[in-house]
Design a protein around this ligand. Structure first.
Ligand SMILES: [Zn+2]
Ligand SMILES: [Zn+2]
Length: 246
């Protein structure tokens, strides 16, 4: 049985240097539930170290949390990646870490707080998570695919760190699963501006870095259940799954 799920699959936690310190598991899960969401994803910059805590917090409160990451390619393009299995997400994180140079400058970029599922700080990530990896766009897309993940080009309407802003075009034959439009661009505007790319599925998520932004830009999916595999099917219009509204 298919039903509609309200999803915000692009949320940063306190692990992202640019994410508010209040972006901890229960605070985010409670806010997502208050906004009537059925499914969220935690996608920190180049790291998934907080995802397990969020998945557990979601499980306790009855909210589906998908582990993910927002990976930065060598071309400074942000890619939203989503997984069903924590092991796949962490295996990709290992590959990202091997290709992520530099150390964080806390006073410049902000804190990178690792938390447990009781919202307690258990560590500080020392890597320069805000930086670009050494990995080219297409290599990341194929790495995500081989780890059974979903890849969505983040905020393609934004000049900074958006696929179109950085490259000016979408490479032929690239196996992206979808394109995300930020809340800065209306649906009508996006339809006009990205008309050439209508063969891709479009989604809208909040890219929240603060609690009050969670659920402010969302996508309704027709799915059987909450999982990244189901989201992938919806993005490719398979077996009745689809994006209902974005
Ligand atoms: Zn981004
Ligand atoms: Zn983001």
């Amino acid at each position: 049985m298919l039903r509609t799920f309200r999803a915000d699959l692009h949320i940063h936690s306190c692990l992202s240097p640019c994410g508010d310190e209040e972006m901890k598991p229960f605070a985010i899960v409670n806010q997502a539930l208050a906004m009537g969401l059925d499914m969220i994803a935690i996608c920190d910059h180049n790291s998934a170290e907080n995802t397990a805590a969020f998945v557990n917090a979601g499980r306790k409160k009855g909210l589906a949390v998908i582990p993910g990451m927002e990976v930065t390619s060598r071309e400074e393009i942000h890619l939203l990646t989503l997984f069903d299995r924590q092991e796949d997400c962490l295996a990709l994180q290992d590959l990202i870490y091997q290709n992520l140079p530099g150390e964080n400058l806390e006073e410049v970029f902000g804190h990178q707080t690792v938390v447990n599922d009781r919202d307690e700080t258990i560590g500080i990530n020392p890597k320069m998570l805000i930086g670009a990896t050494l990995l080219p766009l297409e290599q990341i897309v194929s790495m995500v695919g081989s780890h059974r993940g979903v890849t969505i080009a983040s905020h393609i309407d934004r000049q900074a760190f958006g696929l179109l802003g950085q490259l000016g075009f979408i490479p032929e034959g690239i196996s992206l699963d979808g394109l995300e439009v930020s809340k800065r661009t209306s649906k009508e505007e996006a339809q006009k501006r990205f008309h050439d790319y209508q063969h891709f599925s479009f989604v809208r998520f909040s890219d929240a870095h603060r609690l009050e932004d969670i659920g402010k830009n969302i996508t309704h999916f027709l799915l059987e259940k909450t999982s990244s595999a189901e989201v992938k099917m919806a993005l490719h219009h398979q077996e009745g799954r689809r994006v209902v509204e974005q």
